[in-house]
Design a protein around this ligand. Structure first.
Ligand SMILES: Cc1cc2nc3c(=O)[nH]c(=O)nc-3n(C[C@H](O)[C@H](O)[C@H](O)COP(=O)(O)OP(=O)(O)OC[C@H]3O[C@@H](n4cnc5c(N)ncnc54)[C@H](O)[C@@H]3O)c2cc1C
Length: 504
């Protein structure tokens, strides 16, 4: 148990793991379904406390939505599920990654990630104090998006809500309200509203009318108003597999975890006596199971599983969760360089479907090598919250890709004349959407059976955590739940403060 602070925020909160003996005395076999962050976190803590763990992953590699893979040709080209920001307040994800990279030397800071509009207006997060409220006050002072006149229109009462959060209650307080309705109530100036959406709501792959206000308010608190880590983030210094998952995979092997890549679990049966996990080729009897599959796959597994005690209401709650609209990631290998002052990551607003542009040779070693040897740039474009048909109609997806490239030319005009040496496009719709529905009706880590726990970024966690950090945190909590049932100690969980600055 470590009580030393996980970052620079002295108000960070430790949520102690279960107490008990440090290791299991009786043998217990746990199946973990899913090799993304949630499954990796759960498997690690279970194995560290003596459980025998078998991890099933349907794809051929670890990392889930943060996986990356080499492209044919051995010339340092890789593809991934897209740029990810590893914020400093991701305490539990960082604790997991430290298992194989104790000083996190493979995470490198991104010095700035400006937000740009076509009219030239830009907001930046550099040179801000990191501790609230100074971070917020200075950001508003520096930002082009806030003027004295527009500030006078802000609904002060609603704005103060952002500093009066209290978890877990805040998630419930916004039941039924969408992020868009909350922002309307806030009466932020339009530029600031767009900015808030760029930074927060869009990273949830959702139209703000469909996205829950509780999640948005929690994000404001977690990333900005309630944490002294600031809005700073790091990125891996090479593709995700090289920097993160291959080393963590080696660590899992040392812990004795049996990893079965390319092995989807097809069926689950859970009753009072045990769990049966079935794949295409085998069936395993285990003591407990962690379902850490992506949201759609988890829904399907739960819908088909047999579960005793009968838990119709819980199954309905799982079935009621849903995914966000599709998103597109385009990676371009260009036959020339973008301008030297282009940042590693640029958020964009007002550029059609283009949400951000990253220049990979600024931080990824493999991309930097390709860039040097081919005298070119590796550029990635994201479009979130696309129309539903983008997931099923290749022509609809191709039209968005064409628009993304046009918008790149508008944002970085020098790219218009650069030849495209290679282009990879990824279209997916496998992210969760946290809507305005009742928070308490979202399934949490525990389930009607003590042998079955859930983990993942779609699973309710009452702490102020989101996305990758919710995946890591629920992974630790899922392991803790099983370990505590066996009288064994588990992993402490850390979060940003659970109360806003103005909440007693
Ligand atoms: C383009 C993009 C950008 C993002 N940017 C950010 C960011 O900047 N910051 C951030 O915090 N988050 C970001 N996210 C979100 C982040 O990727 C997710 O929150 C996180 O990876 C979720 O992890 P997970 O373990 O819950 O699920 P997953 O990563 O989806 O892992 C689930 C795993 O289960 C496997 N699986 C599914 N079904 C089965 C089965 N039947 N049997 C065995 N295995 C199965 C899947 O193959 C998958 O590997 C981004 C996501 C995307 C797509």
């Amino acid at each position: 148990m470590s009580t030393s602070l996980p970052g620079r925020d002295r108000r960070a909160v430790r949520h102690p793991g279960p107490v008990g003996s440090s290791r299991l005395e009786d043998p217990r076999h746990v199946a973990v379904i899913g090799g993304g962050i949630a499954g990796l976190a759960a498997a690690t803590v279970l194995a560290e406390h003596g459980a025998s763990v078998t991890l099933f992953e349907s794809s051929d590699r670890l990392g889930g939505r943060v996986a990356s893979w080499p492209l044919p040709g051995h010339d340092n080209r890789t593809m991934s599920r897209g740029f990810h920001a590893f914020f400093r307040q991701y305490y539990n994800l960082r604790a997991l990654l430290k298992r194989s990279d104790p000083t996190l030397r493979h995470l490198v800071p991104v010095s700035d990630y400006p937000l740009q509009r076509p009219d030239g207006m830009r907001d930046s997060f550099t040179n801000l104090p990191r501790t609230p409220p100074w971070s917020v006050l200075e950001f508003v002072r520096q930002s082009d998006s806030f003027t004295l006149r527009s500030l006078a229109k802000v609904n002060v009462k609603a704005a103060l809500e952002l500093m009066q959060v209290h978890f877990p209650g805040t998630y419930d307080d916004y039941d039924g309200e969408s992020a868009a309705a909350f922002l309307d109530r806030l009466r932020f100036p339009p530029d600031a509203r767009a900015l808030a959406l760029e930074v927060f709501a869009r990273s949830f792959f959702a139209d703000p009318r469909d996205f829950g206000a509780g999640e948005l308010v929690a994000m404001f608190h977690t990333y900005f108003m309630g944490s002294a880590e600031g809005l700073l983030f790091d990125v891996p210094d090479d593709d995700y597999d090289t920097s993160l998952w291959a080393p963590l995979g080696d660590h899992l092997a040392k812990l004795g975890i049996e990893v079965h890549p390319g092995t989807p679990v097809t069926w689950l049966s859970v009753d009072d006596d045990g769990v049966r996990v079935t794949t295409a080729h085998e069936s395993y009897a285990v003591d407990a199971v962690v379902v850490a599959a992506d949201p759609r796959a988890a829904r399907e597994l739960v819908a088909d599983m047999t579960l005793t005690p009968d838990a119709g209401v819980w199954k309905e709650q799982v079935a009621a969760t849903y995914n966000a609209p599709p998103f597109i990631v385009v990676r371009l290998w260009l036959g020339g360089h973008v301008h030297g002052d282009r940042p590693a990551f640029l958020g964009t607003t007002g550029y059609g479907p283009l949400d951000n542009v990253s220049v990979l040779e600024r931080f990824e070693e493999g991309a930097a090598t390709w860039s040097r040897t081919h005298r070119g740039s590796v550029v990635e474009l994201h479009a979130y919250a696309c129309a539903p048909e983008v997931a099923t109609d290749p022509d609809a997806a191709a039209a968005v890709v064409a628009q993304l490239i046009e918008e790149l030319h508008r944002a970085y005009p020098e790219t218009e004349t650069l030849p495209v040496v290679e282009r990879k496009v990824l279209v997916r719709d496998d992210c969760t959407l946290i809507g305005p529905e009742k928070w308490q009706e979202r399934p949490g880590v525990t389930t009607p059976s003590r042998r079955l726990v859930l983990a993942g970024d779609w699973v309710r966690c009452d702490y102020p955590v989101a996305l990758m950090e919710r995946a890591a945190t629920t992974g630790f909590m899922a392991a803790n739940e099983l370990l505590s049932g066996w009288g064994v100690a588990g992993e402490d969980v850390w979060t940003v403060p659970v109360r806003g600055l103005l909440r007693r």
